[in-house]
Every structure is written in structure tokens, then in C-alpha cells.
Design a protein around this ligand. Structure first.
Ligand code: ZN
Length: 327
């Protein structure tokens, strides 16, 4: 089986963005060490809108420093063989900075909130800040907040940028909130498929390839267990990022009384589920497992669990790889 460890490389979008150091640089450096130890490449879906804003505000001394730090790390990741892929959170269009403080405005959180023309321009200008750093075009795309629908709305922007691999869909995923909107409840129960106008409808002649994020059904007991662990040893189980999530309270409460459709993930204690997800994928003869995590949400336990998981998967003969070579 091919296993893809992917990381959405970004700040927080709630009331506090958190710092570049804690949310991105520090945890990513730990991931670089882990990757070196195991000789496994990872995939980084870079929130390029953030970097676009840093460049735009380069006369601000903080933005200048952050731009230098983040572009140096992205270059390092690229040089070390990791895949640099495009992640678009278009609400950066509306964000402003005062001193070292981002004012996050999330009323236009998804590309569907912009016109088709604006969408094309956003994808192209965000993509170009990454190619400027690495010298290479990205091949793979992941929508910010999974909001990739309606796909037709963004299709042209992706074609113009030759971004023909998508990894935004997870089985049975569904979320409606003021910011988010996605519905993958009708997507194929497969690890990959071709598509054209709708990312949830397989089309053998489609231009695009979906490499789906592996689904995971989570029982309320997991969240109770997590809650207790966080209380007993916060240093070990609490994510390293120092910002706050764009929260959907209803969704959080729901997790405690009914099963939730989540996805394979190494954030915090979720990393403890990877082994059993892998076993399940292998049992059902699946050819891939795509894990989605965030550097900002990794805890010390995640690094230990990821280390264990990589050893476990390699012993079973699976291998860790990136997507760009499949384009
Ligand atoms: Zn994101």
C-alpha cells in the first residue's frame, strides 16, 4: 500500500492566528527530523495565501522577517525531497495586519464566495508565490477547509495552473457552518478516481485525479478518552500551536454523543488511530492511505505515535510516498 502523510501547513484562523514559530516552523522542523530518520518524504499543502499576504505587506518588519523564515523552510522541505503542494484559504484576501497581529476576516472563507474570475486569479497568484520559492510548479491541490465544491467553480483555475491532482475529499465528509460548506456523502468509497466537473462523481475520462483522504469513523468514547488524557497530561497531549480554531460549537458537542465521520489524522491523540486504520485499509485490499494532519495541531504524543506508526507500516511492507510523480 502507498501511504501518504500530508500536512496542511498553516496558522490558525480563529480569534488568534498563533505564531509562525509555534504553529508552523517548530513542529515542521520536528517533522523534518522524523522524515530524515525514516527516509520517508511527506507532503506539505502550503497555505500560500498567508505567504502572499506576507509579501504584500513586506514593508512591515514582522512580515519581512516571517517571509524570510517561511520561505527558507519551504525551500528546505523542497530540497529534502518533500512535496510542496498548494493549499488555498482565500479568506486571506480580506485579512489585514497591524504590527504583528493578523486581523482574520473569514466571511469569505471558500473560493465559492468569490466570482469565477477572482477564483482563477487567486489560485494563480497564490500558486506563483510557491513556485517563486521552490522554482518548481506544484502538482497537487487541497482546498482550504475541504471547501472544494462546487468544483466547477474552481476547475478552470486549477487547469490554468496544471494542478490536476486533488486531495480534498474524504469519505462521508459533510459540514455546513457559516464558514464551511462541503458534502462528500455521495463520493465513491475508493482511494482514488478520475473526475471532471464534480469531484464526487467518477468519470474515467476526467482530467483530474482525486486521491481521497482516508475516512475514519470515530466513536464518542474516543473524544471522552482524549478529554481525560488532555486533563491528565496536557504537556504530552496538547497541540503545540498557540492559536485558536475557527470553531463550530455544534460540531464539537455532537462528537460526544454520536459517531462522527472523520479522516485518518495525526493531529494530537488522533495519531493513535493510524495503526488500526492501516489494518482496516489493508484488510479491504485498499491500495492507499492518505493521512491529513496539521503541524499546528501536532502534540508530543503525535510525534511518538507517528514514529511508531511509520515503523509498523514499514515492517508490514507498505511504503511512504508523495503524489507529484503521479501527475
Ligand atoms: Zn487549511
Amino acid at each position: 500500500m502507498k501511504i501518504h502523510l500530508s500536512f496542511d501547513y498553516e496558522l490558525f484562523f480563529g480569534a488568534h492566528s498563533g505564531t509562525l514559530e509555534k504553529c508552523i516552523l517548530e513542529p515542521t522542523n520536528k517533522l523534518r527530523e522524523l522524515a530524515k530518520k525514516h527516509k520517508t518524504p511527506f507532503i506539505f499543502f502550503i497555505d500560500a495565501g498567508y505567504i502572499y499576504q506576507l509579501k504584500k505587506n513586506i514593508e512591515n518588519k514582522f512580515c519581512l522577517k516571517w517571509y524570510q523564515q517561511i520561505s527558507a523552510q519551504i525551500k528546505q522541505l523542497h530540497d529534502e525531497g518533500h512535496e510542496i503542494a498548494l493549499h488555498v484559504h482565500p479568506h486571506w484576501e480580506d485579512c489585514t495586519i497591524e504590527n504583528d497581529n493578523w486581523k482574520m476576516i473569514t466571511s469569505r472563507y471558500k473560493l465559492a464566495d468569490y466570482t469565477k474570475q477572482e477564483t482563477k486569479e487567486i489560485i494563480t497568484k497564490y500558486h506563483s508565490v510557491l513556485t517563486e520559492i521552490t522554482g518548481v510548479k506544484c502538482k497537487s491541490y487541497r482546498a482550504g477547509g475541504w471547501c472544494i465544491q462546487p468544483f466547477e467553480h474552481i476547475k478552470e483555475g486549477l487547469i490554468n495552473n496544471e494542478l490536476l491532482i486533488d486531495s480534498s475529499v474524504y469519505f462521508n465528509g459533510f459540514h455546513e457552518s457559516p464558514a464551511h460548506s462541503y458534502d462528500f456523502r455521495n463520493c465513491p468509497d475508493k482511494t482514488e478516481w478520475k473526475f471532471d466537473n464534480d469531484c464526487c462523481v467518477e468519470n474515467a475520462n476526467g482530467k483530474f485525479k482525486e486521491i481521497a483522504i482516508t475516512g475514519d469513523l470515530i466513536l464518542p468514547t474516543f473524544y471522552m478518552n482524549l478529554y481525560l488524557k488532555m486533563k491528565s497530561n496536557p504537556e504530552y497531549y496538547r497541540p503545540v500551536g498557540d492559536g485558536s480554531w475557527l470553531k463550530d460549537k455544534f460540531k464539537i458537542y455532537k462528537q460526544f454523543y454520536s459517531s462522527t465521520n472523520h479522516f485518518a489524522c495525526a493531529d494530537g491523540y488522533f495519531a493513535s488511530r493510524l495503526k488500526q486504520i492501516l489494518i482496516k485499509q489493508a484488510k479491504s485490499n485498499k491500495n492507499r492511505m492518505m493521512v491529513l494532519s496539521h503541524p499546528k495541531s501536532l502534540a508530543q504524543c503525535s510525534f511518538d505515535l507517528l514514529d511508531e506508526f511509520i515503523n509498523f507500516a514499514k515492517e508490514k511492507g507498505h511504503h511512504f510516498t508523495v503524489l507529484k510523480n503521479e501527475a
